[in-house]
Design a protein around this ligand. Structure first.
Ligand code: HEM
Length: 508
């Protein structure tokens, strides 16, 4: 070790303004910055004596190893991330005060793609929706657009989410999932018909993350400087095009490389082949909300009859330097909104506004927004304080508001929009469920081969359901499209007249 060689400035040293001058940049140190003399041999009492408790380097090394795991995400545990930027191409100032939508303006982003059901390190070849979550580090604070590759979701009310995830995940008595429990649950959930159709189609096994579109699924609200709001859906379209694996190819890849989606993204970015997505918005005026035959605030629906407008392009151009610190510690939350973007009344989204920030307080701790990957690029000036692992740099005596000593201006454009309300509290289904129409349209949009793959895959899975659940499920798909239902009934060895009788009782 030399006293004259350059020293290393760590993030902590920077924060507290302290530099260590005694350690060479390449020297191995303990967590307190002190140099390690020997990393290969523990300190022992003589040649044959026991290891000594005073070997603080050994103790720390084992202690830190023992604590390497944090709780993994309860869903979407397997993911891969990348840095990039979003450049706006349209002026949306009539719709939203969110300043990122200014033509030419560039906003740094971090994207995390993921699968849903299985744990970290599970095969990326497994059939699943894929997460497509983007953190925009905007000049107005961080905005997280936490979406999926499918434009619809299985359910429309957050109260069903834990049950649905339990049904998808391995059974508690076996530690592997079964079609029996999966379809036992979904035979009570007709609103899942479109999303299940997409899941068991070849869209359930995307070829790469680069060849995948994305969607907010939910409607959000754009709010302008006058406090007026409009409903908005966001859709990402891959400039690489969309590519899925058919069942044969999915099986082939599974046997060859089950990290194929992470590997593809990391390899492409390292090679300078940066993937790009265009962002589109669809807008519905509040006064038009009731004019549709479906409820536009129902997360099981797309808006097929609302035009799309391109508002910008995102490029991913840098891989994380450390997967744990960036991809794993990133905390994407629908609650991270900015002035001009608010949640709609979508019942599923409303539950998500709570659930993500809540799980992140458990998974990463109360101060997770202080982690470098989650830190806004703008100054944070809240009165939230203390808590475990606080690495903030708060100073001063005023930690409350209002104060005459340190007044905090509160811009009018940042106030929440106002929603007129009437009626009483209730626990009722939404109006206009329309559970099957868009499922039939999706089925009919598939090519002959895609239809055949879907019927073979889904029919095969339904064959593993209990008799009663199987026939209810088949009736949902029959109601969506008679040919689709007949095809599935044949493969699943169901009774067509029973399926037809059940379908006749279903509402459109
Ligand atoms: C009420 C319904 C839902 C609930 C309660 C819920 C809950 C959760 C939770 C607890 C996590 C783990 C977050 C973390 O540990 O950081 C998560 C992750 C995620 N969810 Fe949901 N979810 C719901 C619906 C949805 C929907 C509709 C979408 C797509 C639009 C979605 C997309 C995602 C994505 C992409 C992630 C991974 C985020 C990341 O990469 O860090 N979820 N969800």
């Amino acid at each position: 070790m030399s006293l004259t060689t350059p020293f290393r400035l760590t993030a902590t040293a920077l924060a507290v303004g302290v530099m260590s001058m005694s350690v060479h940049a390449a020297d191995l140190t303990r967590d307190n910055g002190a140099a390690v003399g020997d990393n290969q041999n523990s300190q022992t009492a003589g040649a044959n004596g026991p290891v000594l408790l005073q070997d603080v380097h050994l103790l720390q090394k084992l202690q830190r190893f023992d604590r390497e795991r944090i709780p993994e995400r309860v869903v979407h545990a397997r993911g891969t991330g990348a840095h990039g930027e979003f450049t706006a191409s349209a002026d949306l100032s009539d719709l939203t005060v969110a300043s990122l939508f200014t033509p030419g303006k560039t906003t740094p982003v971090f994207v995390r793609f993921s699968s849903v059901v299985h744990g970290n390190h599970s095969p990326e070849t497994l059939r699943d929706p894929r997460g497509f979550a983007t953190k925009f580090y905007t000049a107005d604070g961080n905005w997280d657009l936490v979406g999926n590759n499918f434009p619809t979701f299985f359910i429309r009310d957050a109260i069903k989410f834990p049950d649905m995830v339990h049904a998808f995940k391995p059974d508690p008595d076996k530690n592997y999932g079964t079609d029996k429990t999966l379809f036992d649950f979904f035979s009570h959930v007709p609103e899942a018909t479109r999303t299940l159709t997409q899941l068991f189609s070849n869209y359930g096994t995307p070829a790469t993350y680069r060849h995948m579109d994305g969607s907010s699924v939910h409607a959000y609200k754009f709010v302008n400087a006058q406090g007026e709001y409009n409903y908005v859906k966001f859709n990402w379209k891959s400039q690489q095009g969309v590519k899925n694996h058919d069942p044969k190819e999915a099986e082939r890849v599974q046997g060859k490389d089950f990290n194929h989606m992470s590997r593809d993204l990391i390899t492409a970015i390292n090679a300078g082949d940066y993937p790009k997505w265009d962002l589109y918005v669809q807008i519905i005026k509040p006064e038009d909300l009731d004019k549709f035959e479906y409820n536009p605030l129902d997360a099981t629906k797309i808006w097929p009859d609302v035009p799309e407008k391109k508002v910008g392009t995102m490029v991913l151009n840098k891989n994380p330097a450390n997967i744990f610190q960036e991809t794993e510690q990133v905390a994407m939350a629908p609650a991270n909104t900015i002035p001009g973007i608010e949640p709609s009344e979508d019942r599923l989204l409303q539950g998500r506004m709570f659930s993500y920030a809540d799980t992140q307080m458990y998974r990463l701790g109360a101060n997770h927004q202080l982690l470098p990957i989650n830190q806004p690029k703008v100054a944070v000036n809240s009165n939230n304080q203390d808590g475990a692992h606080n690495t903030g740099a708060r100073t001063g005596e005023v930690n409350y508001e209002p104060s005459r000593m340190q007044p905090k201006p509160q811009p009018a454009v940042a106030r929440y929009s106002q929603l007129p309300l009437e009626g009483s509290t209730q626990q009722q289904k939404i109006y206009k469920e329309q559970n099957f129409k868009q499922a039939g349209e999706l089925y009919r949009s598939f090519s002959r081969k895609e239809k055949a793959d879907l019927i073979a895959t889904l029919g095969g899975a339904l064959a593993g359901a209990e008799d009663e659940a199987k026939h209810h499920m088949l009736s949902f798909f029959y109601k969506a499209d008679a040919d689709y239902g007949k095809g599935l009934t044949k493969v699943a060895k169901g009774d067509l007249s029973r399926v037809q009788a059940l379908a006749a009782k279903l509402q459109d």
